[in-house]
Design a protein around this ligand. Structure first.
Ligand code: AMP
Ligand code: MG
Length: 484
């Protein structure tokens, strides 16, 4: 495999060299052949499921791989944890794909490391399958995300509330650099390591900043803000609730990472929260922009000592960048929402329409995905139009009036709306049913069937309708758990 391990060639303060702990009976459970093609996984692995199970459980080390556990810290639910790190994951290394792009290959559930604290270093099959399905769905929806190459069952039992089958999931990411990685060194006052980390990040993700000379750090903050805004706006577009937006789960490259307690919002309500441990609703759907700003402010704080030796001067430089976040986010958000409504150009007056449509959804407890799908269809279908008129009332008339004012063919408007409004999302009750079927049958059939539909979220395939129904109880008592 085309390994090129730049992270492992950094100073050893950034990681621990450590090997996965072998498992009893590795069996390939899910395999992402499209991603395998892209990563140019060699034939001897691609066509041999035993070799694949060995490699992607960590039982055999793929030639060229230099496994490390990376170190990081992070704010979890607002409290700073001085020492986190890969407690159950091994970064196998980076592979270069067909186009020369660099991807981290990481095993999760691959055994204990020196960052495991009390944990067993393992992962149960449920969270592994959930991560595979959700990340594949997000990728197909067009949302930046880490991906999964494989899920391998281990033949071992992991003990959570109940005994569960164990699994190892292979995660593929543009990198695993997190805000928490910077926090680890900032908290220790290790400015040298911080500088190295910034340069590494710039090289890998923001090479255009290399020309900025001595002090590219404010620009780096600005770039990370931009990518994260793009990301969270996309979450808001499809109704994704991350559930655990801790700073160690906020990635420098702007990909969705950590599918532990995530969920999809059904009925539109900004206060929607499903994570069992998020009792205060810190990470509720509608709080995500604000939390993002908070996380980015933590990132900016880490870089202050690099920006200026005089902290006040550094703060003066950074503060405006953070202060403009709400405006920047809102602009991007409204632009996205305008497209969901088929507006080819966003005008500031459109904010009123957007807000009233969303308020109507909330008041009527309408499903976010179903409503925008029907609205899209209402351009061509009398039946959908009359249903929408019924449900949205005056908002529907206002929307139609606004559309009639723009010089765009109906077909163009529908295309725009379709690009921004999926017909199917990984609904919580279907995700849970599929995970349960995987656990009970020890077969991946139900997941494969679901994935086929989720990989075409803007199309209606023969099986799509099996997965479009909102939950009968509106996800009333639905709860998600951290994948530990
Ligand atoms: P997560 O909730 O997956 O973001 O994990 C938060 C922290 O807990 C990270 O440092 C993980 O490596 C660690 N962790 C989570 N589960 C386990 C486990 N089963 N064994 C060891 N460490 C774990
Ligand atoms: Mg995490």
């Amino acid at each position: 495999m085309n390994f090129s391990n730049s992270y492992a060639s950094l100073d050893e303060v950034f990681y621990e060299r450590t090997r996965p702990t072998p498992v009893q009976n590795p069996q390939l459970f899910l395999w992402n052949s499209g991603l395998a093609e892209q990563l140019m996984i060699p034939n001897e692995l691609k066509h041999d499921s035993v070799a694949r199970a060995q490699a992607f459980s960590g039982n055999s080390i793929i030639p060229g791989s230099e496994p490390v556990a990376t170190v990081y810290a992070g704010h979890q639910f607002g409290s700073f944890v001085y020492q986190l790190g890969d407690g159950r994951a091994h970064l196998l290394g980076e592979v270069l794909d067909q186009s020369g792009q660099r991807w981290d290959l990481q095993l999760k559930g691959s055994g204990r490391t020196s960052f495991s604290r009390g944990g067993d270093g393992r992962c149960a099959i449920g969270p592994a399958v959930r991560e595979f399905i959700m990340s594949e769905a997000m990728n197909a929806l067009g949302v930046p995300t880490t991906r999964c190459l494989a899920v391998v069952t281990t033949g071992e039992t992991v003990f959570r509330e109940t005994p569960l089958p164990g699994a190892v999931v292979t995660r593929v990411a543009s990198s695993h650099l997190r805000i928490g990685t910077f926090q680890f060194f900032a908290a220790r006052g290790d400015h040298q390591a911080l500088k190295t980390l910034c340069n590494y990040t710039i090289n890998r993700h923001y090479p255009e900043l290399q020309e900025e000379g001595q002090n590219p750090y404010v620009s780096l903050i600005d770039k990370v803000i931009e990518r994260q805004i793009q990301l969270v706006v996309e979450w808001m577009r499809v109704g994704f609730i991350h559930g655990v937006m801790n700073t160690d789960n906020t990635s420098l490259c702007g990909e969705t990472i950590d599918y532990g307690p995530c969920a999809m919002m059904g009925i539109y309500d900004p206060q929607t929260v499903y994570s069992s441990i998020d009792t205060m609703g810190r990470y509720a759907f509608g709080n995500q922009p604000e939390i993002l700003q908070w996380n980015l402010a933590r990132f900016a704080e880490c870089l202050l000592p690099l920006i200026n030796d005089d902290r006040d001067k550094a703060v003066d430089q950074v503060e405006p960048v953070i202060a403009e976040f709400p405006d920047r986010f809102e602009k991007a958000y409204l632009k996205m929402m305008a497209k969901k409504l088929g507006l080819t150009f966003f005008k500031p007056e459109d904010q009123k329409l957007i807000v009233s449509v969303l308020n109507r959804l909330k008041d009527r407890r309408l499903d976010y995905t179903v409503t925008f799908d029907l609205l899209t269809k209402s351009l061509m279908s009398e039946a959908a139009a009359s249903q929408m008129k019924n449900e949205l009332g005056e908002c529907f008339d206002l929307w139609q009036k606004r559309l009639s004012q723009q010089q765009a063919a109906t077909q163009k408007v529908q295309e725009l709306m379709r690009q921004h409004n999926p017909v199917v999302i990984p609904r919580n009750h279907h995700v849970e049913a599929v995970i349960q079927a995987c656990e009970q049958t020890a077969k991946a059939t139900s997941a494969e069937k679901f994935l086929e539909v989720l990989r075409a979220p803007y199309e209606e395939l023969a099986q799509t309708s099996d997965y479009q129904d909102p939950p009968s109880d509106g996800d009333k008592d639905y709860q998600t758990f951290c994948g530990t």
